[in-house]
Design a protein around this ligand. Structure first.
Ligand SMILES: [Zn+2]
Ligand SMILES: [Zn+2]
Length: 79
C-alpha cells in the first residue's frame, strides 16, 4: 500500500484572521499561531467557503473546525 505524501504549509487561520487571538484569548483553532498547516495545494473549506463559520448559523464550521481550509493538519489530539 502506497501512502501519498502530502505536503503541508502554513496558511492564515480564518477563525482569528491570522492574529492568533480570539476575543483576547489564544485562538484555539490555531493555538495562537495565527496560521494552520494546510495540505497543499491549499483549498478553502467548501462548507464555510473559507470563513471558518457557518454563514447562516454563525456556528464554528464543523468541517474545518474554524480554520477555513480543507484538509488541515491535525496532530491527532481531540479537544
Ligand atoms: Zn486562529
Ligand atoms: Zn469550514
Amino acid at each position: 500500500m502506497v501512502t501519498p505524501f502530502i505536503q503541508f504549509a502554513p496558511e492564515d487561520c480564518a477563525w482569528c484572521e491570522g492574529t492568533g487571538k480570539y476575543i483576547n484569548q489564544q485562538c484555539h483553532v490555531c493555538r495562537g499561531n495565527g496560521s494552520v498547516l494546510v495540505a497543499q495545494p491549499a483549498r478553502k473549506c467548501p462548507w464555510c467557503k473559507g470563513l471558518g463559520f457557518d454563514e447562516k448559523t454563525q456556528d464554528r464550521c464543523k468541517i474545518c473546525d474554524g480554520a477555513g481550509w480543507a484538509h488541515t493538519y491535525k496532530p491527532g489530539i481531540s479537544g
